[in-house]
Design a protein around this ligand. Structure first.
Ligand SMILES: [Zn+2]
Ligand SMILES: [Zn+2]
Length: 357
């Protein structure tokens, strides 16, 4: 078998891996770049048409933004994903297959077995171990063990000939240290009696941050969510499949609905615009000059988040919903992997673009 990196390694987003053998071919993720250029993966027309399956790890556009492009280019096979990923996708693939959570291992063809589990990165996010023509390839997807909100099926003692693993943060720190640093900073701002604006994505770390901040401060500060995140919270506050049961300790009423217009009173305000892309978010920052803005994700090429940081109007403390390089190595050490291919770090170029395994 051979695996070609079509994007996602030493790249801004654009995760996409093409795997082919003598009989079969498949693609894992099909994302666009996050540098503001929306670049599509480096897949040839033959590769796109020849792939039998597309497996999506989760809905984020750096993993799914080019699915429609692949269909336009002639991909017509089934697109596998979790039900939550399907719900979150803006563009619904023509031939979507929703995976059955009661069957995390399924034989698609006589020599083609799909195994999957939850990654803890967001609702619906999964990892895959795909065995085809006698060779196993593991794809961690965006992976986070120990998230306070999302459940993870830890990958242990798995044997794979090649493993493509999330190593988004180029550090040997652990996520626990990063999470504490973020919460320390957020709590310090709240203690000053200030308003704290927290830009987050619609699907992902927003609920983890909200629940953690609530549990840490014992509900001492008002916390409000804009409509889109509030709806997610109301949907998942009492569900268990992708969400940890411990979240039931957070009262459903812990968070109130916020219209997103101003953030003047002390407390936390969750805004689903992680990169400050929308004009309304920038107006909010202008209308609430005393509010602190704490960014929790990487700064991308689209939106204005980077400008806000450079102008001193926002600060950044990464919330860990990926793995650090050190954690990637630890995960590889807890399994039996042949070749290990780290992905998701723009600064780490792969040794090669094509791997035989
Ligand atoms: Zn993601
Ligand atoms: Zn990603």
């Amino acid at each position: 078998m051979r695996l070609s990196i079509a994007g996602g390694c030493g790249d801004f987003g654009r995760s996409c891996f093409f795997v082919s053998g003598n009989q079969h071919a498949y693609i894992v993720d099909c994302g666009t770049s996050t540098d503001g250029k929306d670049r599509v993966p480096d897949l040839t027309a033959d590769e796109i048409r020849g792939a039998e399956y597309l497996f999506l790890t989760h809905s984020h556009r750096d993993h799914t933004g080019a699915v429609e492009y692949a269909e336009r280019m002639g991909f017509s096979g089934p697109v596998f994903m979790s039900a939550q990923t399907y719900r979150q996708l803006g563009y619904k693939p023509k031939n979507a297959v929703i995976m059955d959570s009661t069957a995390p291992e399924v034989e698609l063809l006589p020599d083609f077995v799909l195994q999957w589990g939850r990654t803890g990165h967001c609702c619906g996010a999964v990892w895959y171990a795909i065995t085809c023509e006698g060779k196993t390839a593991f794809f961690s997807g965006d992976y986070r063990e120990g998230d306070p909100f999302y459940r993870n099926d830890p990958v242990r003692d798995l044997t794979a000939d090649i493993a493509v693993i999330d190593a988004a943060y180029p550090t040997d720190e652990t996520g626990d240290v990063m999470r504490e640093r973020f919460l320390d900073r957020a709590e310090a701002i709240l203690k000053e009696g200030r308003a704290l604006i927290l830009p987050v994505p619609r699907f992902g770390r927003g609920l983890s941050i909200a629940a953690s901040l609530y549990l840490r401060t014992g509900g001492a500060y008002p916390m409000a969510m804009d409509t889109r995140l509030y709806r997610e919270w109301r949907t998942f506050a009492r569900r268990k499949y992708f969400v940890k049961p411990g979240i039931w300790e957070v009262p459903v009423e812990a968070f109130s609905l916020w219209d997103g217009q101003s953030a003047d009173a002390p407390g936390a305000y969750f805004l689903t615009d992680a990169q400050l892309t929308h004009a309304g978010s920038r107006q909010l920052a202008d209308h609430s000059p005393d509010a602190a803005i704490l960014l929790s994700g990487s700064l991308h090429g689209y939106g204005r988040a980077r400008d806000f940081v450079e102008a001193g109007r926002a600060e950044q403390a990464l919330w860990p919903n990926h793995m650090t390089y050190g954690e990637m190595q630890a995960l590889a050490g807890a399994n039996h992997f042949g070749t290990v291919v780290p992905y998701h770090d723009p600064g780490r170029q792969p040794e090669q673009r094509v791997f035989e395994f």
